[in-house]
Design a protein around this ligand. Structure first.
Ligand code: 5GP
Length: 344
């Protein structure tokens, strides 16, 4: 029977509550799901309502889910009627992992303006993957389902890429460094490229790949970087090749990037496992921040509000791509949890 089971798997890209769905033929028969859930489709004979089960659920009963065509049709209708806002692209910056003011400065680079280089980089990526015009219902791509296949680990297979994304205040780089430092044989870091001069204690290919500005610029144009930024007049970036180098050594590569990079990284080659690191935000007058282990000591109400809004925005724009949410309070706890998740 197992063999005859449906092989159609969908990842839900939206939350679905049958009890709130006026169109469903029978609310009790509906299958509720959250974005990110994997659904095994049992029957697609009906054009409007499919039958599916949630994978990994103890409840094996199949229920009704809206078909892609139906969901799309009603979202398009709602958008036309003005009751559904057009999907808004996120405001998060694409680049800079360095200081913001440094990254925003327009430094001249071989007669070219870095900002314009960045723009062309972004446009190139957008042209490949973004919907033509988000405000136009005819061209909007709605987040409904994404077809997926079951991943079976075979011996000798390269590990999956681990991508850490986070909202403001998540301090992911620190988390990443800790996990790697504790398990250097198992985990690795993609060595970034930079145009700054090498310091005496640094080795080529260890801390960085040191290259000229001209070479860096050419690499940007050739789409070699999944992200890059500017810091104190030098360029820094992470290349696809440097990620592959870690994976080819059979090490788990941990990468922290702006979430926009997921568009490039979500390939069959990398099979990224996406972890969303979000700071734990307590309500009330900063309660829960008193302990010295808390990462939020010294933050103002305003900082906290900004952090929580940033987390919400991130969840809204990228939540459907997230495999695991790590709620972070103290660093050592987060390191342990991340390590446990990666082992699992
Ligand atoms: P340093 O020159 O002291 O080694 O690094 C300075 C800064 O460059 C770091 O704090 C970090 O913000 C930035 N940086 C290092 N590697 C990368 C990278 O791969 N991409 C980006 N965008 N910035 C980086």
């Amino acid at each position: 029977d197992k063999l005859r089971e449906s092989k159609v798997f969908l990842r839900a890209l939206f939350d679905y509550t049958p009890y709130e769905d006026k169109a469903t033929p029978c609310q009790e028969a509906g299958l509720p799901f959250r974005k990110g859930n994997i659904l095994q489709v049992v029957c697609q004979e009906d054009a409007t309502w499919w039958q599916a089960k949630r994978v990994g659920d103890c409840n094996l009963r199949a229920g009704l889910i809206p078909s892609t065509q139906f969901q799309e049709r009603r979202l398009r209708y709602r958008m036309k009627m003005g009751s559904l806002p057009a999907p808004v692209p996120p405001k998060a910056p694409l680049y800079d992992r360095g200081e913001r003011e440094d990254c925003d400065s327009k430094a001249a680079l071989n007669g070219k303006d870095v900002a314009s280089l960045r723009r062309s980089f972004r446009l190139k990526r957008d042209r490949q993957s973004a919907p033509a015009d988000a405000a136009d219902p005819k061209h909007t791509e709605f987040l409904i389902y994404e077809e997926v296949t079951q991943f079976v680990t075979r011996p000798g297979e390269r590990p999956r890429l681990i991508v850490l994304i986070g909202s403001l205040g998540a301090r992911i780089n620190e988390l990443k460094q800790k996990v790697i430092a504790e398990n250097p044989r198992r985990y690795g870091l993609a060595v970034p490229h930079t145009t700054r001069t090498r310091r005496s204690y640094e080795r080529e290919g260890v801390e960085y790949h040191f290259i000229s500005k001209a070479a860096f610029e050419a690499d940007i144009q050739n789409g070699k970087f999944i992200e890059f930024g500017e810091y104190k007049d030098n360029l820094y970036g992470t290349s696809l090749e440097s990620i592959n180098r870690v994976l080819n050594h059979n090490k788990v590569c941990l990468l922290d990037v702006q979430p926009e990079a997921l568009k490039t990284l979500r390939t069959a080659e990398f099979k990224p496992y996406v972890i969303f690191v979000r700071p734990r935000i307590h309500d009330g007058q900063g309660k829960g921040f008193g302990s010295s282990s808390s990462l939020s000591v010294g933050l103002t109400e305003e900082d906290l509000l900004e952090m929580s809004q940033s987390a919400e925005r991130m969840e809204e724009c990228y939540g459907h791509w997230v495999d695991y949410v790590l709620v972070k309070e103290d660093l050592s706890g987060a390191v342990a949890e991340l390590h446990g998740t990666l082992e699992r």
